[in-house]
Design a protein around this ligand. Sequence first.
Ligand code: NAD
Length: 355
Amino acid sequence: MKITEISFEGYEKVVRCDDPESGLKAIISVHDTTLGPALGGLRMWPYLSDQEALTDVNRLSQGMTYKSAVAGTGLGGGKSIIIGNSKTDKSEALFRAMGRFVDSLKGLYTTAEDVGTSVQDIVLIGKETKHVTGLPRSMGSSGDPSPYTAIGVHLGIKACLAKKLGTTDLKGVRIAIQGCGNVARYLCEHLHAEGAELILTDIVQEKVQLVVDACKGERVSIVAPEEIYDVECEVFAPCALGAIINDDTVPRLNCNIVAGAANNVLLTEEHGDRLRERGIVYAPDFVINAGGIINVSVELEPAGYNEARAIDKVNNIDDAVRDILDTSDEENIATNRAAILLAERKLAEGRKAKA
Ligand code: NAD
């Protein structure tokens, strides 16, 4: 196993692992540990180039620093990626090698599940290192973070509705959901139970059907993946992949609010400015989707995981979203910029306290 350090300005440690024996090609990016050890998921994705992989893991890692800073988890930001196809390239040897790679950082970085990895993969990693979270409940861990992320997104959507439309009543509110995966499935349950009308899409038809069936076919419709941006609705909830708010999609949006689970929703920070110019309220991704990391962070508390405590903490996400929306108005800046300001302020306080 060959581990190479890559120097990257603004990042505490970025390391790459090449292990010909298992086929592992992976990067761990530790962005900032001012507020605690870095925690963030492991993504498995068929990146087209090493540069693309490095850019993605660093961007995600910085996002984790901001997410944990705003949510007050007492953790720093990190992320890891495996370059590979999650459908064809998985093996026990691959994840055990990843476990040894994580272990080589001696606790600077703790890993968890993310896009392309499952709890079973994390269990294999856990055979080689203790620096893992999100193992099954049966192992005393916090389990799948998706339901907690969904609770936070649900509350955040209501905070945005209150700001933009003066109500938190979801009855008859049209919500377009991009991606019907793990988080969206739970999110749709909450929204539908409160009377929302759901417009769904996914590139995998069976995923959409699961949500349609859960809603018993009532107040639910389906559009093609490309059409989701044009849907006339109150809320557009991106729950698939990142960078989908861009030059092409901003002019097409036909909604009052953008608020969903996906990470790195904006292609660039300027796209947050474009949303504000259009009068669309945007709930910054790393504020509204912090429920999962909050849940996992409770697992690392001295008393160990406690679900009631996790839910109590996740229930503060609407306050966090409200604060950001108010700051954005007071400072006349986009909501994503207000969120970064708050995160940077918390990091500066942390650095001062440590000095
Ligand atoms: P998931 O893989 O279960 O769901 C994503 C869904 O999006 C899949 O069903 C996929 O088929 C669909 N999809 C992909 N590309 C699409 C496209 N172009 N159009 C429509 N659908 C498309 O993932 P998840 O765990 O539900 O996470 C969703 C998003 O939320 C990701 O961006 C993830 O990083 C973010 N997030 C998840 C959590 C969590 O707790 N799982 C926490 C924070 C952030």
